[in-house]
Design a protein around this ligand. Structure first.
Ligand code: ARG
Length: 465
C-alpha cells in the first residue's frame, strides 16, 4: 500500500529497507509537543485569515489536544509506516475528526514544520540549560565564599606555581560558565525567528499571516527568506557549539575533581553519594560522576561535528540529510543538561581537605615568586636579577631538602647579602595569597568581594525569573 499522506502518484509502498532508512519516528516523536503547538498556532491563523473555517479550526485544535494527551499518557501508537511525528499526528487527527483534518496542512509543508519543531525544542532546551547554569553558578559561589581563605597550590603545567585559594579557583569556573550562558543567550536571540509559513521552500499563495503565528509561538518575528527558513540549521549548530564549549569547561573541572580526589592529592573528598566502589579492590572510591561528566564532552562535541559535516555541501534548500540533525541535537543538549546537574551535585557534595591543600601549597617552593617580588620591592633589585637570586636560593633549599622558610638568614645572605629578617614575612603561603590584591587576584578579600558580587547578581536574576 502506498503512503496515505503523500502516496497519490505511487502504486506500491516502500521496500522494507527503504522504510527503515527513511523513518524518523523512532526519534522525532520527542518533538510531539512542539509539533502540536505549531499546528495549533497554524490552524488558528488559517481561520483568522479566512483560509479555513472557524469550526474546522476549533475541531482541529480539540483533536490536537486529545492527541497531545494520548502521547503524554503513553496511549498513542506510533507507526513507522507514517515516517515521522508530523504524519503520525496528522493521520491520528484524521481518525479522530475526519476530513477536516486534511485542511490543517494548507499553506504549510513538513519542511517548515520540522524547522519550526526543532527550533522550538532547541529553544526550550537552551532556556532549561540557562537556568541550570544559574544553579551551578550559585552552588560554586556559595562554596567559593566558604573557602575564600582556604589556601591551595595554583598550578601551571600541573606543577605547583603559586599559592591561590580554593575559593578563587572555584570562581574561575563561575566566569567560564557566565560566558557559556552569554553564548547560550546569544544563540537563543538569533534563533528566535519563526520559519512557519515558508511552506515547502518558496512561500505560499494563500494569504497567511506569518507574524501572527510567530507571535503566538513566542518568536520575535518571522524569518525573512523562505529558502533560508527551510534550509537553515545554524540555530542547532550554534546551540551545539555553545554546548560544546560549556561541556569542555565542565570536563576540565571534572578532571580536576578526579585529580583532587585521588589518594595522592587528597584535596577533596566526595561523599558516598557521589562515589562508587570497585568490585575487586575494596579500598577504592571512584569519582565516576566526574569521569562521566568528562566523557560527556566527547559526545557533545561529536554531535556538533556530526551535524556540521551533515550540513556541509548541502545545496539549498531542504534535503533529507537534514533529518539526521535530531538525534545529534537531542543527545548533545540532553547530555549537557545531565552533565550540568551532576556537576552541581558534586560541587555541593565535595568536602575540601584544607590541611592537605595548605601543605601542598607550601611545598614545591610555591612562594619563590613572593621572594623575588620582595627582593625587587624592598631591595630595589631589577626583577630579572631577583629571579636569578631566588633561583639560587631555591637550589640551596632543594639541595638541603627543606622549604624556603626553613633556610637560615645567613644561608640566604650567602646568596645576596642585602636580605634582612623581614623576608620571612613573605615566605608563608597565607601572606602570599593575602598580598595578591590586584584586580582579579587571589587575595581572600578579593574572593569574598567577587563571591558577593556574583551572589547578588544571581539572586536578582532568581527574583526576576
Ligand atoms: N522527517 C523529516 C525530517 O526530519 C521531516 C521533513 C520531511 N520533508 C520532506 N520533504 N520529506 O527532516
Amino acid at each position: 500500500m502506498s503512503n496515505r499522506m503523500w502516496g497519490g502518484r505511487f502504486e506500491t509502498g516502500p521496500a522494507a529497507i527503504m522504510e527503515e532508512i527513511n523513518a524518523s519516528i523512532g526519534f522525532d516523536q520527542k518533538l510531539y509537543a512542539q509539533d502540536i503547538r505549531g499546528s495549533k498556532a497554524h490552524a488558528a491563523m488559517l481561520a483568522a485569515r479566512g483560509i479555513i473555517s472557524a469550526e474546522d479550526a476549533a475541531t482541529i485544535a480539540e483533536g490536537l489536544d486529545r492527541i497531545k494527551a494520548e502521547i503524554d499518557d503513553g496511549r498513542f501508537t506510533f507507526s513507522r509506516a507514517l515516517e515521522d511525528i508530523h504524519m503520525n499526528v496528522e493521520s491520528r487527527l484524521a481518525e479522530l475528526i475526519g476530513p477536516s483534518a486534511g485542511r490543517l496542512h494548507t499553506a504549510r509543508s513538513r519542511n517548515d514544520q520540522v524547522a519550526l519543531d526543532v527550533k522550538l525544542w532547541v529553544r526550550d532546551s537552551l532556556d532549561h540549560i540557562d537556568g541550570q547554569l544559574g544553579d551551578l553558578m550559585r552552588a560554586l559561589v556559595a562554596r567559593a565564599d566558604e573557602h575564600a581563605g582556604t589556601v591551595m597550590p595554583g598550578f601551571t603545567h600541573l606543577q605547583s606555581a603559586q599559592p591561590v585559594t580554593f575559593g578563587h579557583h572555584l570562581m574561575a569556573y563561575v566566569e567560564m560558565l557566565a560566558r557559556d550562558r552569554g553564548r547560550i543567550r546569544d544563540a537563543r536571540a538569533r534563533l528566535n525567528e519563526s520559519p512557519l509559513g515558508a511552506a515547502a521552500l518558496a512561500g505560499t499563495s494563500f494569504p497567511i499571516d506569518r507574524a501572527m503565528t510567530a507571535a503566538a509561538l513566542g518568536f520575535d518575528r518571522p524569518t525573512a527568506n523562505s529558502l533560508d527558513s527551510v534550509a537553515d540549521r545554524d540555530f542547532a549548530l550554534e546551540a551545539m557549539s555553545a554546548a560544546s564549549i560549556c561541556a569542555i569547561h565542565l570536563s576540565r573541572f571534572a578532571e580536576e575533581i578526579v585529580i583532587w580526589s585521588s589518594a595522592q592529592f587528597g584535596f577533596v573528598r566526595l561523599s558516598d553519594a557521589f562515589s562508587t566502589g570497585s568490585s575487586i579492590m575494596p579500598q577504592k572510591r571512584n569519582p565516576d560522576a566526574a569521569e562521566l561528566v568528562r566523557a560527556k564532552s566527547g559526545r557533545i562535541v561529536g554531535g556538533m561535528t556530526a551535524l556540521m559535516i551533515v550540513m556541509k555541501g548541502l545545496p539549498l534548500t531542504y534535503q533529507k540529510d537534514m533529518q539526521e540533525d535530531k538525534e545529534q541535537i537531542f543527545d548533545a543538549l540532553e547530555s549537557l543538561s545531565l552533565a550540568i546537574a551532576a556537576t552541581t551535585g558534586m560541587v555541593a557534595d565535595m568536602q575540601p581537605n584544607a590541611e592537605r591543600m595548605r601543605a601542598a601549597a607550601g611545598s614545591g617552593y610555591a612562594t619563590a615568586t613572593d621572594l623575588a617580588d620582595w627582593l625587587v620591592r624592598v631591595l630595589g633589585i631589577p626583577f630579572r636579577e631577583a629571579h636569578h637570586v631566588t633561583g639560587r636560593i631555591v637550589a640551596l633549599a632543594s639541595a638541603r631538602g627543606v622549604g624556603l622558610e626553613d633556610l637560615t638568614l645567613d644561608e640566604m645572605r650567602g646568596v645576596h647579602d642585602g636580605i634582612t629578617p623581614a623576608v620571612f614575612q613573605v615566605l608563608g603561603v597565607d601572606r602570599s595569597v593575602e598580598s595578591r590584591t590586584s584586580h582579579g587576584g587571589t587575595a581572600p578579600a578579593n574572593v569574598r568581594a567577587e563571591a558577593a558580587r556574583w551572589a547578588a547578581a544571581l539572586a536578582a536574576e532568581a527574583e526576576s525569573a
